[in-house]
Design a binder for this molecule. Structure first.
Ligand code: CA
Length: 236
């Protein structure tokens, strides 16, 4: 089995070095980014299997970086926080992070946490039909997502989705059966949700459906819940 690649996003060189060394000693492959922008670049290129993310970065906050990554991937994310008051945000905001560690921490504690999260997430991935491949692909039933290319395939054929269509499909597939309101979809998928309108979501749902019907006109996994929103149910 190949080693899990861990992306370490930390702007303090001494801390980053300690973490990278501890991870490599524990049998992981590690790559280091000093800024949020670098982190997103490496994320897109190398598709890490785990991300350790400092909250305080020089160019943008770790929360921001987490939000960006969560639009595309369910990769486990562990936050490093320097201050107690940041913990409330990590825990309270629905950022989708898996855990956090407060500085200062011991390298051993950190790698133990990484191991525990990987065991948990890999274990749970096996229990549900949604499974992430090592390249970060997500497969559910007839649909397969390629996060790094913003592409979705149905029965092996590229659906040619726009960015927003792709984003919504990603949200749906990650939470089968859950109903999302238009506001929630805008918040999770759009860059400037406040500028979008309810009917923008409806319009993209319509084109998303049309593209899936192009493959098979009986395939309609996106369900409309009148007055509530949309959910995903492909019958699996
Ligand atoms: Ca920092």
């Amino acid at each position: 089995m190949s080693k899990t690649l861990v992306l370490v996003v930390e702007d303090e060189p001494a801390i980053a070095e300690t973490i990278v060394y501890a991870l490599e000693t524990a049998g992981y492959e590690a790559v280091h980014a000093e800024t949020g922008t670098d982190a997103l670049g490496i994320f897109a290129e190398r598709s890490p299997g785990f991300i350790i993310l400092d909250v305080g970065l020089p160019d943008r906050s770790g929360f921001d970086v987490c939000r960006e990554i969560r639009r595309l991937s369910e990769v486990p994310i562990l936050f490093l926080t320097a201050r107690e008051h940041e913990i409330d945000r990590v825990v309270g905001l629905e950022l989708g992070a898996d855990d956090y560690v407060v500085k200062p921490f011991s390298p051993r504690e950190l790698t133990a946490r990484v191991q525990a999260i990987l065991r948990r997430t890999q274990g749970s991935a096996a229990e549900v039909p949604v499974s992430a491949t090592p390249e970060g692909r997500v497969k559910r039933g007839r649909l397969e997502l390629f996060p790094h290319r913003y592409q979705a395939h149905c029965d092996g054929t590229d659906l040619g989705l726009s960015r927003y269509e792709y984003g919504m499909l990603k949200v749906f597939i990650s939470h089968p059966g859950r109903v999302f309101s238009r506001d929630q979809l805008m918040e999770m998928v759009w860059d400037e949700p406040e500028a979008a309108l309810d009917r923008t979501v409806d319009a993209h749902i319509k084109t998303l459906r049309r593209k899936m019907h192009g493959i098979d006109d009986a395939f309609d996994p996106v369900k409309t819940h009148r007055g509530l929103g949309y959910s995903f149910d492909d019958g699996i």
